[in-house]
Design a protein around this ligand. Sequence first.
Ligand SMILES: [Zn+2]
Length: 278
Amino acid sequence: MLSEQARVLITVKASPEPSKTYGDTVCVAGVRLHEDGSGSWVRIYPVAFRHLESTQQFKKFEVIDVELKRSATDSRLESYRPNWDTLKRDPDRTGKYKTYAEKARGPILEKLIGPSMCDLRAGVEADLTAQSLGLVEVRELRALKFTDHGPWTDAQVASMTAAMSQPDIFGEVDTTPILVPPRYKVHYDYHCASTTCPGHKPRILDMELSALQYKNRHRSDADLKALITLKFHTEMWNERRRTYFYVGNFGDVVKRKNFSVLGVYRPPRTTDYGTTLF
Ligand SMILES: [Zn+2]
């Protein structure tokens, strides 16, 4: 398959998951920026993000240039494999990497809102290659649900350790600490914009949730839950904000109509990017 050069506004980085090949990987999603000013969803996978060189660890809302190839094993039309040797980032004069502020990314994202979560699920039920990434409106965010994550299985630990102890082409092994499992799996309980929505309870697979849990891993259960609730409910859903979820489905065809929440888009309620010129 041919590679193509792509310019991508990174919008979400998912939680790292154990991988037999790289130790652990994440799924990255964003908006591919086309020369005519339009944008389209793109999924970049697999990304061994924790194992990339620090100069390659791009940030959320950064625009990167990278060569992508259609995935040979994933039929979803948005899915591509990256070639990190071609990665170009965009530093400013001080060497810091630029990110798109809310005002700059708003007009790009607003055009990609919709269809509803119910309609995305119905689309995949009818056609496995239907739209697999989206930005869906949240009509009501009811609650967060917590369940214990538990430790990795022995098989997961064995395969992560084996992958990371394989010497690379320079004969060096990966010294990144092994991935620590989060204490909780966290699910949203919400209603989408569909008037007949029965409700959705997707798991949150956002790298920021994993990072928050890791950073606060020594806190009590009650403190950690309160902190997650503040960051992922109180701050994400209030009268000053419009709230949308970045959603993405599973590659596994059996689970494909199930979408996870990969991040939250919550512009100020008063903003109308549709009539703003940039
Ligand atoms: Zn719905």
